[in-house]
Write a protein that binds this ligand. Structure first.
Ligand SMILES: [Zn+2]
Length: 152
């Protein structure tokens, strides 16, 4: 199993839980997401479709997206298992925060498309997310998402 972490230097607060929401695609892609995060998955897949083929955007994986309490300094995690299972965990402290979208996109790039970290410049795949930089990315979000979708 390969695990990707997104790091950030803040402490954690409360534990949250929610009803899972399962979507299954005829081509073999399926995901089960916390209902609070489902809209990010559908938006990510739609964004992906602007740049890449359906078979690339919807690989034959079973993805779960959950909210949990992760160790300190870890905002999100993508676990790639043998076979089809991929699991994204979002730390509950990220929920409804400014960085929620950036972290879930970061983990979706890892778990759906296998994108590695890219730490050379301001990028959604930068290992370390910093407040003001995340806000800057939102100002040109489509450019930042395109940059990751189209990177070889
Ligand atoms: Zn990462």
């Amino acid at each position: 199993m390969k695990v990707y972490f997104t790091l950030f230097g803040i402490a954690c607060a409360t534990i949250a839980c929610a009803t899972p929401d399962t979507k299954r695609d005829i081509a073999g892609f399926s995901y089960t997401a916390d209902e609070r995060l489902t809209h990010y998955v559908t938006e990510f897949l739609a964004d992906c479709g602007n740049y890449l083929s359906e078979s690339v955007c919807k690989p034959r994986i079973d993805l779960t997206v959950t909210v949990s309490k992760l160790p300190d300094n870890i905002l999100g995690q993508c676990s790639v298992y043998e076979g089809r299972l991929r699991a994204i965990q979002l730390d509950d402290i990220v929920l409804n925060q400014y960085n929620e979208k950036a972290v879930i996109y970061h983990e979706l790039y890892h778990c759906v498309l296998g994108k590695p970290h890219f730490d050379d410049e301001l990028d959604i795949m930068n290992t370390y997310e910093v407040d003001e930089n995340t806000v800057r990315m939102y100002e040109n979000w489509s450019e930042y998402t395109k940059k990751v979708f189209t990177r070889e």
